[in-house]
Design a protein around this ligand. Structure first.
Ligand SMILES: NC(=O)c1ccc[n+]([C@@H]2O[C@H](COP(=O)([O-])OP(=O)(O)OC[C@H]3O[C@@H](n4cnc5c(N)ncnc54)[C@H](OP(=O)(O)O)[C@@H]3O)[C@@H](O)[C@H]2O)c1
Length: 324
């Protein structure tokens, strides 16, 4: 019987209420102990749906000595402050993407976490959906020959006006929100290549945040990556990997909900196959992965992934502001 870790949640965010609170409650590796909010009534309403879960303020949760791991789904501009608060109180951290809004913040977080032997993981649960392992196996089996181009996009229609993503002071903007996904997908699907970012563009809206954009990367092996994102867009949530003899397209790469069978399109000169993958629960898989990291005490891979992603985002902002 493996150890169960005590977890708590900072803020009754939409993503927490919809997904992470129920998944933590049902996880075989975590005890969901507490949820918190700026508003006590909101925390109580969220907690009372789950037997034995208490509620309080963010500070209550951070100071509770029984909590092993804190999940942070606050607005992006608050991730650095509350991750550091949690680490200083001896907690492991699972923080929503993007982990930080500035690269230097992540250097501070990583140095402190490493010194204290604490995990800091960025919550990209799509990494753990089994559809992507199918694609990696197909690539390894040379099913599309040599890889030539990776194209990925994540775009959503406009959100209600008050949404946190439209507020510069809350770390809003499309690159940090949507753009982070195709960038992460490149690293998850083709981890063996060292991509350099060569160009990035950002289009700003009246709210003062970037509303859409794109990035171009390549690597010494000659593979090009074209990434596109936006939050005033027709919904797109996928990637395609184009090879010398075929192409694989993931049509619901980042947000396939539990129970949903995402379609992969596999094309070669012999024809087109639409393959409906088995349903999977990437949230549950991710929590098993986090528990496995805590069991092993080896957090270096997560630190490295965090830093690599944040370095790319930093480079994209620089290239968009000052094209090379
Ligand atoms: N991994 C994923 O699939 C996924 C999906 C969606 C979002 N996200 C990430 O999760 C985070 C939250 O996104 P969301 O869409 O769930 O946001 P949201 O519903 O607006 O929730 C943010 C929460 O932060 C708390 N908060 C504290 N100070 C705030 C302030 N000044 N303004 C607004 N809220 C404040 C609020 O909780 P209390 O009022 O209860 O304190 C609020 O409910 C973001 O970092 C986002 O990128 C990840």
């Amino acid at each position: 019987m493996k150890k169960k870790y005590n977890a708590a949640v900072l803020g009754c965010a939409s993503i927490a209420v919809r997904s992470l609170i129920p998944e933590l409650f049902n996880s075989p590796r975590f005890n969901l102990c507490a949820v918190s909010s700026r508003d006590p009534a909101k925390a109580r309403d969220a907690a009372k749906r789950y037997d034995g879960v208490s509620w309080g303020t963010y500070e209550d949760v951070i100071r509770d000595r029984h909590i092993d791991l804190v999940y942070i789904p606050l607005p992006n501009s608050m991730h650095h402050e509350w991750t550091m608060n949690a680490l200083k109180n001896g907690k492991h951290v699972l923080c929503e993407k993007p982990l930080v809004t500035e690269y230097g913040q992540l250097e501070e977080i990583t140095a402190f976490a490493r010194a204290q032997r604490l995990l800091v993981a960025e919550n990209f649960q799509f990494r753990f959906h089994s559809q992507h392992q199918w694609v990696r196996n197909a690539l390894a089996g040379q099913k599309i020959g040599e890889i030539r181009t990776f194209r990925a996009s994540f775009g959503i229609p406009p959100l209600p006006v008050g949404n946190i993503r439209y507020h510069p002071e809350l770390g809003g903007g499309s690159l940090l929100d949507n753009g982070a996904y195709p960038l992460k997908a490149l690293q998850v699907m083709l981890p063996q290549y060292n991509f350099m970012m060569k160009a990035a563009t950002l289009c700003y809206g009246a709210s003062g945040v970037d509303i859409s954009g794109g990035m171009y990367l390549d690597c010494p092996e000659g593979i090009a990556a074209e990434l596109a994102f936006g939050m005033d867009n027709f919904y797109q949530c996928g990637y395609e990997i184009w090879g010398s003899t075929g192409k694989i397209t993931s049509t619901r790469a980042y947000t396939a909900p539990p129970g949903f069978r995402p379609r992969i399109i596999f094309e070669t000169a012999d024809g087109v196959e639409n393959i409906d993958m088995p349903a999977d629960n990437h949230f549950a898989n991710m929590l098993l992965h986090i528990a496995g990291c805590l069991d092993s005490g080896d957090f270096e891979d997560e630190y490295a992934q965090n830093l690599r992603q944040a370095a790319y985002i930093k480079r994209a902002f620089e290239l968009a502001a000052h094209p090379a």
